[in-house]
Design a protein around this ligand. Structure first.
Ligand SMILES: C[S@@+](CC[C@H](N)C(=O)[O-])C[C@H]1O[C@@H](n2cnc3c(N)ncnc32)[C@H](O)[C@@H]1O
Length: 232
């Protein structure tokens, strides 16, 4: 797949079976990263590695791509090589474990966050409230960011951008929405993962009228890119 980037050559990203496929809005989100020239970036939960490749293309001097899935890390590294990107490293491991004691100018992530009463697709399941991975992320991010560093996190309407912003704030991270998009869906997509899941999601998101909407025969899920910094 050719992924356009503002002011840069398009990235050639190849997806591997079993590795999370690129979300339709991922290229627009990657275009938002404000990468200081020669800085460092961590693509945490890299999947096919689009975020890390974009950071390298935007001038990062060093990029780390990590995932619990070794196939994702090797797919991401292959994509970096395919695009001739230098300074890119990959490691297997959970959340912050692969880079203990290291700090970055940017951390970019779209952690699994689909709320569900029990396990569904491994790359998407975020526990009963969708926040299972956001909690440790919020607790640990400030310690992994260099002064002035930014955490970019994709948050769907199901997990709730408002909930995630409050969680970040509890840990001294001030977040704003830099881009919001909508993705078309059919309830059947969720029912195929687990019968009854759409009703579960609907009641979970009931407190947030902007989380999703129905329009004719399609429904639309809101997806936001949050940019968080330690201190205002
Ligand atoms: C929704 S996918 C996003 C992948 C990629 N960032 C993208 O936008 O295409 C979530 C990724 O997080 C990885 N993952 C799941 N649990 C993880 C954990 N504890 N630590 C790091 N990565 C994890 C999954 O293997 C998957 O590749």
């Amino acid at each position: 797949m050719l992924v356009p980037l503002p002011g840069r050559r398009p990235l050639r990203i190849r997806e591997l079976p079993g590795v999370h496929p690129l979300d339709p809005y991922a290229p627009d989100f990657a275009a938002q990263f404000r990468m200081p020239a020669g800085g460092s970036a961590w693509d945490l939960g890299c999947g096919a590695g689009l975020y890390g490749c974009a950071a390298a293309a935007f001038g990062a001097g060093r990029v780390l791509m990590t995932d619990t899935d070794p196939a994702a890390v090797s797919c991401a590294l292959r994509n970096a090589r395919r695009n001739g990107l230098a300074g890119v490293d990959g490691r297997v491991g959970s959340l912050f474990a692969p880079a203990r004691g290291e700090r970055f100018d940017l951390i970019m992530t779209s952690v699994p966050q689909l709320p569900a009463p029990g396990p569904v697709l491994r790359t998407r399941f975020g526990g009963p409230d969708g926040l299972e991975f956001f909690r440790p992320l919020a607790r640990g991010a400030a310690r992994r960011l260099r002064p002035g560093g930014r955490l970019y996190a994709l948050v769907t309407g199901w997990a709730g951008p408002g909930r995630v912003r409050r969680l970040f704030l509890d840990h001294g991270l001030f977040a704003r929405t830099v881009l919001a998009v909508e993705r078309a869906f059919q309830p059947a997509e969720y029912e195929a993962m687990r019968p009854g899941l759409f009703d579960y999601l609907r009641s979970h998101a009931a407190g947030d009228p902007r989380a999703w909407r129905r329009d004719g025969s399609w429904s639309w899920l809101r997806v936001e890119l949050l940019e968080a910094r330690a201190g205002r």
